[in-house]
Design a protein around this ligand. Structure first.
Ligand SMILES: Nc1ncnc2c1ncn2[C@@H]1O[C@H](COP(=O)(O)OP(=O)(O)OP(=O)(O)O)[C@@H](O)[C@H]1O
Ligand SMILES: [Mg+2]
Length: 296
Protein backbone atom coordinates (compact mmCIF):
# COMPACT_ATOMS: atom_id res chain seq x y z
CA UNK A 1 0.00 0.00 0.00
CA UNK A 2 1.66 3.23 -1.00
CA UNK A 3 1.02 6.69 0.28
CA UNK A 4 -0.90 7.96 -2.71
CA UNK A 5 -3.64 5.38 -2.41
CA UNK A 6 -4.31 5.46 1.31
CA UNK A 7 -5.71 8.98 1.14
CA UNK A 8 -9.02 9.88 -0.48
CA UNK A 9 -8.10 13.41 -0.59
CA UNK A 10 -5.12 15.64 -0.06
CA UNK A 11 -5.86 19.35 0.09
CA UNK A 12 -3.43 22.21 0.40
CA UNK A 13 -4.71 24.91 2.69
CA UNK A 14 -5.84 27.65 2.61
CA UNK A 15 -8.26 26.60 -0.10
CA UNK A 16 -11.06 28.80 -1.39
CA UNK A 17 -13.47 25.94 -2.18
CA UNK A 18 -13.13 24.62 1.33
CA UNK A 19 -13.74 28.09 2.69
CA UNK A 20 -16.83 28.52 0.53
CA UNK A 21 -18.27 25.24 1.79
CA UNK A 22 -17.52 26.13 5.39
CA UNK A 23 -19.04 29.59 5.09
CA UNK A 24 -22.27 28.02 3.87
CA UNK A 25 -22.55 25.86 6.98
CA UNK A 26 -24.96 26.94 9.64
CA UNK A 27 -23.36 27.35 13.04
CA UNK A 28 -19.86 26.89 11.64
CA UNK A 29 -18.30 29.95 13.27
CA UNK A 30 -19.27 28.80 16.76
CA UNK A 31 -17.73 25.39 16.20
CA UNK A 32 -14.60 26.84 14.72
CA UNK A 33 -14.09 29.16 17.66
CA UNK A 34 -14.40 26.33 20.12
CA UNK A 35 -11.74 24.26 18.35
CA UNK A 36 -9.54 27.24 17.72
CA UNK A 37 -9.64 28.40 21.33
CA UNK A 38 -8.67 24.96 22.45
CA UNK A 39 -5.91 24.38 19.96
CA UNK A 40 -4.42 27.81 19.46
CA UNK A 41 -2.02 27.37 22.37
CA UNK A 42 -0.89 23.97 21.12
CA UNK A 43 -0.44 25.13 17.57
CA UNK A 44 1.32 28.38 18.24
CA UNK A 45 3.89 27.10 20.70
CA UNK A 46 6.57 29.55 19.62
CA UNK A 47 4.11 32.38 20.11
CA UNK A 48 3.21 31.07 23.53
CA UNK A 49 6.82 30.92 24.65
CA UNK A 50 7.43 34.41 23.28
CA UNK A 51 4.43 35.67 25.19
CA UNK A 52 5.68 34.07 28.40
CA UNK A 53 9.16 35.55 27.97
CA UNK A 54 7.76 38.96 27.18
CA UNK A 55 5.41 39.21 30.15
CA UNK A 56 7.15 37.01 32.70
CA UNK A 57 10.78 37.05 31.61
CA UNK A 58 10.73 33.26 31.79
CA UNK A 59 8.98 30.22 30.40
CA UNK A 60 6.23 29.62 32.93
CA UNK A 61 5.86 26.07 34.23
CA UNK A 62 2.16 26.10 33.38
CA UNK A 63 3.17 26.02 29.72
CA UNK A 64 4.49 22.51 30.15
CA UNK A 65 1.08 21.18 31.05
CA UNK A 66 -0.49 22.99 28.13
CA UNK A 67 2.10 21.80 25.66
CA UNK A 68 1.71 18.29 26.98
CA UNK A 69 -1.81 17.93 25.63
CA UNK A 70 -2.60 15.77 22.62
CA UNK A 71 -3.36 17.40 19.28
CA UNK A 72 -6.49 15.29 18.86
CA UNK A 73 -10.01 16.48 18.07
CA UNK A 74 -12.99 14.12 18.06
CA UNK A 75 -16.08 15.02 16.06
CA UNK A 76 -19.01 12.93 17.20
CA UNK A 77 -22.62 12.77 16.13
CA UNK A 78 -25.36 11.24 14.09
CA UNK A 79 -25.12 10.73 10.31
CA UNK A 80 -25.47 13.85 8.20
CA UNK A 81 -24.88 16.35 10.97
CA UNK A 82 -21.86 17.94 9.30
CA UNK A 83 -18.81 16.27 10.84
CA UNK A 84 -16.99 15.64 7.59
CA UNK A 85 -17.64 19.04 6.02
CA UNK A 86 -16.77 20.83 9.25
CA UNK A 87 -13.41 19.09 9.71
CA UNK A 88 -11.79 20.51 6.58
CA UNK A 89 -13.42 23.88 7.15
CA UNK A 90 -12.01 24.10 10.65
CA UNK A 91 -8.54 23.18 9.43
CA UNK A 92 -8.75 25.74 6.63
CA UNK A 93 -9.87 28.51 8.94
CA UNK A 94 -7.20 27.63 11.47
CA UNK A 95 -4.33 28.06 9.03
CA UNK A 96 -5.86 31.32 7.83
CA UNK A 97 -5.96 32.69 11.39
CA UNK A 98 -2.34 31.71 11.94
CA UNK A 99 -1.17 33.01 8.57
CA UNK A 100 0.34 29.60 7.84
CA UNK A 101 -0.07 26.93 5.26
CA UNK A 102 -1.71 23.60 5.81
CA UNK A 103 -1.86 20.13 4.42
CA UNK A 104 -5.07 18.17 4.91
CA UNK A 105 -4.84 14.40 4.54
CA UNK A 106 -8.07 12.46 4.53
CA UNK A 107 -7.61 8.79 5.19
CA UNK A 108 -9.53 6.73 2.71
CA UNK A 109 -12.53 4.79 3.96
CA UNK A 110 -12.33 2.62 0.89
CA UNK A 111 -8.93 1.28 1.85
CA UNK A 112 -10.10 0.65 5.35
CA UNK A 113 -13.11 -1.21 4.01
CA UNK A 114 -10.74 -3.57 2.23
CA UNK A 115 -8.44 -3.60 5.22
CA UNK A 116 -7.59 -7.20 5.85
CA UNK A 117 -6.58 -8.20 9.32
CA UNK A 118 -3.12 -7.04 10.06
CA UNK A 119 -3.20 -4.33 7.40
CA UNK A 120 -4.94 -1.79 9.55
CA UNK A 121 -1.82 -1.29 11.63
CA UNK A 122 0.21 -0.68 8.47
CA UNK A 123 -2.34 1.77 7.25
CA UNK A 124 -2.13 3.74 10.47
CA UNK A 125 1.66 3.69 10.33
CA UNK A 126 1.73 4.90 6.72
CA UNK A 127 -0.78 7.64 7.39
CA UNK A 128 1.18 9.02 10.32
CA UNK A 129 4.45 8.77 8.41
CA UNK A 130 3.02 11.01 5.74
CA UNK A 131 1.57 13.34 8.38
CA UNK A 132 5.01 13.76 9.96
CA UNK A 133 6.58 14.28 6.59
CA UNK A 134 4.22 17.11 5.71
CA UNK A 135 4.36 18.90 9.04
CA UNK A 136 6.81 21.78 8.86
CA UNK A 137 7.86 25.03 10.44
CA UNK A 138 5.48 27.04 8.29
CA UNK A 139 3.02 24.29 7.65
CA UNK A 140 0.50 22.48 9.82
CA UNK A 141 -0.41 18.99 8.71
CA UNK A 142 -3.86 17.62 9.49
CA UNK A 143 -4.82 13.98 9.39
CA UNK A 144 -8.53 13.34 9.17
CA UNK A 145 -9.67 9.85 10.08
CA UNK A 146 -13.28 9.87 8.97
CA UNK A 147 -15.58 7.26 10.47
CA UNK A 148 -12.86 6.42 12.92
CA UNK A 149 -14.80 3.68 14.71
CA UNK A 150 -13.49 1.40 11.93
CA UNK A 151 -10.04 1.75 13.50
CA UNK A 152 -10.44 3.16 16.97
CA UNK A 153 -13.06 0.78 18.36
CA UNK A 154 -12.69 -0.05 22.00
CA UNK A 155 -10.32 -2.90 22.69
CA UNK A 156 -12.67 -4.29 25.31
CA UNK A 157 -14.99 -5.66 22.62
CA UNK A 158 -14.79 -9.44 22.88
CA UNK A 159 -15.09 -10.24 19.19
CA UNK A 160 -12.17 -8.05 18.38
CA UNK A 161 -9.31 -9.76 16.63
CA UNK A 162 -5.81 -9.56 17.93
CA UNK A 163 -4.73 -7.65 14.82
CA UNK A 164 -7.45 -5.08 15.28
CA UNK A 165 -6.38 -4.54 18.87
CA UNK A 166 -2.86 -4.06 17.62
CA UNK A 167 -4.11 -1.39 15.20
CA UNK A 168 -5.74 0.54 18.05
CA UNK A 169 -2.52 0.29 20.03
CA UNK A 170 -0.59 1.60 17.07
CA UNK A 171 -3.00 4.47 16.69
CA UNK A 172 -2.62 5.44 20.34
CA UNK A 173 1.14 5.23 20.11
CA UNK A 174 1.16 7.44 17.00
CA UNK A 175 -1.02 10.04 18.66
CA UNK A 176 1.45 10.07 21.54
CA UNK A 177 4.35 10.48 19.14
CA UNK A 178 3.02 13.47 17.25
CA UNK A 179 3.04 15.51 20.44
CA UNK A 180 6.73 15.76 19.71
CA UNK A 181 5.93 17.79 16.60
CA UNK A 182 4.98 20.74 18.80
CA UNK A 183 1.58 21.42 17.32
CA UNK A 184 2.59 21.11 13.69
CA UNK A 185 0.43 18.00 13.28
CA UNK A 186 -3.21 17.71 14.28
CA UNK A 187 -5.46 14.66 14.12
CA UNK A 188 -9.20 14.87 13.61
CA UNK A 189 -11.38 11.80 14.01
CA UNK A 190 -15.07 11.58 13.25
CA UNK A 191 -17.49 8.97 14.51
CA UNK A 192 -21.21 8.32 14.69
CA UNK A 193 -20.64 6.03 17.62
CA UNK A 194 -18.72 7.73 20.36
CA UNK A 195 -19.44 4.86 22.76
CA UNK A 196 -17.45 2.49 20.51
CA UNK A 197 -14.30 4.57 20.65
CA UNK A 198 -11.49 3.25 22.80
CA UNK A 199 -11.17 4.78 26.27
CA UNK A 200 -7.51 5.65 25.81
CA UNK A 201 -8.33 7.63 22.68
CA UNK A 202 -11.23 9.44 24.33
CA UNK A 203 -8.97 10.39 27.21
CA UNK A 204 -6.42 11.92 24.88
CA UNK A 205 -8.84 14.11 22.94
CA UNK A 206 -8.28 17.81 23.55
CA UNK A 207 -11.85 18.37 22.40
CA UNK A 208 -14.83 16.12 21.88
CA UNK A 209 -17.23 18.10 19.75
CA UNK A 210 -20.74 16.76 19.54
CA UNK A 211 -22.80 17.37 16.42
CA UNK A 212 -26.58 17.42 16.65
CA UNK A 213 -29.38 17.58 14.15
CA UNK A 214 -30.38 21.18 13.48
CA UNK A 215 -32.83 22.84 15.88
CA UNK A 216 -35.90 24.87 14.82
CA UNK A 217 -34.04 28.07 14.14
CA UNK A 218 -31.17 26.32 12.34
CA UNK A 219 -33.60 24.52 10.03
CA UNK A 220 -35.34 27.79 9.31
CA UNK A 221 -32.01 29.46 8.60
CA UNK A 222 -31.08 26.65 6.20
CA UNK A 223 -34.37 26.98 4.30
CA UNK A 224 -34.05 30.75 4.15
CA UNK A 225 -30.45 30.64 2.98
CA UNK A 226 -30.96 28.00 0.32
CA UNK A 227 -34.34 29.30 -0.92
CA UNK A 228 -33.56 32.99 -1.05
CA UNK A 229 -34.97 34.34 -4.32
CA UNK A 230 -38.17 32.26 -4.22
CA UNK A 231 -41.53 33.78 -3.22
CA UNK A 232 -41.70 31.76 -0.02
CA UNK A 233 -42.88 33.96 2.88
CA UNK A 234 -41.42 34.32 6.36
CA UNK A 235 -44.42 32.48 7.91
CA UNK A 236 -43.95 29.66 5.43
CA UNK A 237 -40.31 29.31 6.40
CA UNK A 238 -41.48 28.92 10.00
CA UNK A 239 -43.87 26.25 8.82
CA UNK A 240 -41.16 24.41 6.86
CA UNK A 241 -38.99 24.41 9.96
CA UNK A 242 -41.85 23.08 12.05
CA UNK A 243 -42.75 20.36 9.53
CA UNK A 244 -39.18 19.05 9.55
CA UNK A 245 -38.78 19.30 13.34
CA UNK A 246 -39.05 16.62 16.03
CA UNK A 247 -42.60 17.47 17.11
CA UNK A 248 -44.00 16.75 13.62
CA UNK A 249 -41.88 13.59 13.21
CA UNK A 250 -42.25 11.36 16.25
CA UNK A 251 -39.54 13.11 18.19
CA UNK A 252 -36.77 12.97 15.57
CA UNK A 253 -36.19 15.95 13.29
CA UNK A 254 -34.50 16.00 9.87
CA UNK A 255 -30.70 16.05 9.76
CA UNK A 256 -28.78 18.65 7.76
CA UNK A 257 -28.13 16.08 5.05
CA UNK A 258 -31.79 14.98 4.98
CA UNK A 259 -32.59 18.55 4.06
CA UNK A 260 -29.70 19.41 1.73
CA UNK A 261 -29.30 16.08 -0.02
CA UNK A 262 -32.90 14.85 -0.12
CA UNK A 263 -35.70 17.35 0.54
CA UNK A 264 -34.28 20.34 -1.33
CA UNK A 265 -33.07 18.46 -4.45
CA UNK A 266 -36.40 16.63 -4.69
CA UNK A 267 -38.30 19.86 -4.46
CA UNK A 268 -36.18 21.36 -7.23
CA UNK A 269 -36.67 18.23 -9.35
CA UNK A 270 -40.40 18.50 -8.88
CA UNK A 271 -40.45 22.15 -9.98
CA UNK A 272 -38.04 21.90 -12.88
CA UNK A 273 -38.53 22.66 -15.74
CA UNK A 274 -41.98 24.29 -15.84
CA UNK A 275 -42.98 25.49 -12.34
CA UNK A 276 -41.70 27.85 -9.69
CA UNK A 277 -40.31 26.26 -6.53
CA UNK A 278 -43.03 26.90 -3.97
CA UNK A 279 -44.01 26.23 -0.39
CA UNK A 280 -46.66 23.73 -1.53
CA UNK A 281 -44.11 21.67 -3.43
CA UNK A 282 -41.81 21.59 -0.41
CA UNK A 283 -44.65 20.64 1.88
CA UNK A 284 -45.47 17.70 -0.38
CA UNK A 285 -41.89 16.53 -0.58
CA UNK A 286 -41.58 16.71 3.21
CA UNK A 287 -44.63 14.47 3.54
CA UNK A 288 -42.88 11.90 1.37
CA UNK A 289 -39.26 12.13 2.47
CA UNK A 290 -38.90 11.12 6.09
CA UNK A 291 -35.97 11.90 8.41
CA UNK A 292 -33.18 9.32 8.40
CA UNK A 293 -33.20 7.04 11.45
CA UNK A 294 -30.87 7.88 14.28
CA UNK A 295 -27.70 5.85 14.56
CA UNK A 296 -27.25 4.40 18.00
N1 LIG B 1 -24.14 23.03 9.59
C1 LIG B 1 -24.62 22.75 8.37
N2 LIG B 1 -25.25 23.68 7.64
C2 LIG B 1 -25.73 23.41 6.42
N3 LIG B 1 -25.63 22.22 5.82
C3 LIG B 1 -25.02 21.24 6.48
C4 LIG B 1 -24.47 21.45 7.79
N4 LIG B 1 -23.93 20.30 8.21
C5 LIG B 1 -24.10 19.41 7.22
N5 LIG B 1 -24.75 19.97 6.19
C6 LIG B 1 -25.12 19.31 4.95
O1 LIG B 1 -25.19 17.92 5.17
C7 LIG B 1 -24.34 17.21 4.29
C8 LIG B 1 -23.71 16.06 5.05
O2 LIG B 1 -22.74 16.52 5.95
P1 LIG B 1 -21.52 15.57 6.38
O3 LIG B 1 -21.23 14.63 5.31
O4 LIG B 1 -20.45 16.41 6.89
O5 LIG B 1 -22.19 14.79 7.59
P2 LIG B 1 -21.48 13.74 8.56
O6 LIG B 1 -21.80 14.18 9.94
O7 LIG B 1 -20.07 13.57 8.18
O8 LIG B 1 -22.31 12.44 8.23
P3 LIG B 1 -21.86 10.89 8.26
O9 LIG B 1 -21.80 10.50 9.70
O10 LIG B 1 -22.98 10.22 7.52
O11 LIG B 1 -20.55 10.81 7.56
C9 LIG B 1 -23.34 18.24 3.78
O12 LIG B 1 -22.93 17.98 2.49
C10 LIG B 1 -24.12 19.53 3.84
O13 LIG B 1 -24.84 19.68 2.66
MG1 LIG C 1 -19.03 11.94 7.42
Amino acid sequence: MNNTTIFDNIIELPNSDVKKRADALIGFQKRFERVHNNLKLLIDQDGLIEWSNKYHKTKLTVLDTILDRYPLVLLAGDAGTGKTVSAEGIADNMVRELGKEGFFLKLSTRVRGEGLHGQMGNLVNNAFDRLKQEAGKKRIAFLFIDEADAIATTRSTHQMHQEEKAAVNTLIQKIDEIRGLNGRAIVFMSTNRLHFIDEAILRRAAIIMEFERPDDSERKELFKKTLAGTDIKEKEFDKLSQLTGPSANNGLGYSFSDLTLKVLPEAVAESFPDKALSFDILENVIKRVKPSPKII
